[in-house]
Design a protein around this ligand. Sequence first.
Ligand code: PMP
Ligand code: GLN
Length: 382
Amino acid sequence: LLSANGDLGVTIFEEITTLAVKHRAINLGQGFPDTDGPKFFKDVAAQGISGDLNQYAPGAGILPLRRAIADHQKRFYGLDVNPENEVVVTTGATEAIAAAILAFIGTGDEVITFEPFYDSYGANIALAGGIHRTVALNAPDFQPDVNELRAAFNERTRMVVLNNPHNPTGSIFGEDVLAEIVSLAAKHDCIIVSDEVYEHLTFGVAHTPIATLPGAWERTLTISSAGKTFSFTGWKVGWATGPAHLVSAARTVKQFLSYSSGTAFQPAVAEALRSENTFFVEFANDLGKRSDVLAKGLEAAGMTVYRPQGTYFIVADVAPLGFDNALDLARRMPEAIGVAGIPLSVFCHAEGAERTRSLMRFAFCKRPELLTEAANRLSRLS
Ligand code: PMP
Ligand code: GLN
């Protein structure tokens, strides 16, 4: 079974985090915050455990959480989602992605993703026996070229997977790009899978779910997760929303991946989704400031920095420091200077890996003093 970078061995996140722990490095590699989400939500989860929420949840998720997910889609995006049959709760966005791809992709079906692509897309397409086509996102703005996008579709295309806001580049697709994706998906009768785990992590740019565009809802599964928005990546509560015919197929597959997801966390995530608007705004503002701190530090260290519009991540080019291979550098950095980052090439097929050879992704969902210290250490590279 071949994935993006050879076999389905150890993921890059596992590899680099292991090195970071071993060498006590500042881990700007794997995308997880170093500060937990609000204590109030932890208390709700703890009450579930000390109470009676310790046995299997319903396969689709507890109804109060499905209602909270539907209400959140209505409150922020004006989408009408039926909690009874248009929502499935999953074990993180990771399971929702797997369920969506395994539900609809069979041997020889083609799936389009944007490259660099989140690693699990490539792995799941391989597991499903599908053919993975990619459309490049290039610096500086990491938007797809519309002609390249059109050329990627053919009569075997069954699905297009987008990630908006985009990990690892931090870009947010323009509405013209989203409209083009919808129009091409309609023309080729494809399913759209939209991974929006960073929906609330945007810096001065509004997030538009592709499902809100005319003609999109009927063919779109939208995926999100509590991990990023509420800083509980370890809870692994995610979800998919969309029309009943797509959600029920993902739900059917989910039965055989996990059957159901962590019961005690579900009321806590329901509470979190009902947070005041200010919670979401303040979190994004705070993260935006951290992004600035790290961007300035990386610039001062001599890298070319592509400032993100959203997500946890900044992409920087290490070529100006005299390094042409970010993968080699990422494997050496934790020991050499006590900082970890993720090379972009691991999110790419061979050609894309060449194009992104000197690019490195750094996570800024960490305390500002750590970001400053990491940048100081990185300045020793030059
Ligand atoms: N999609 C993207 C783009 C991600 O960056 C991540 C990792 N945070 C996931 C999916 C997986 O999310 P989860 O941890 O909820 O499974
Ligand atoms: N989504 C996180 C990232 O991109 C990692 C999650 C994982 O380790 N699979 O860093």
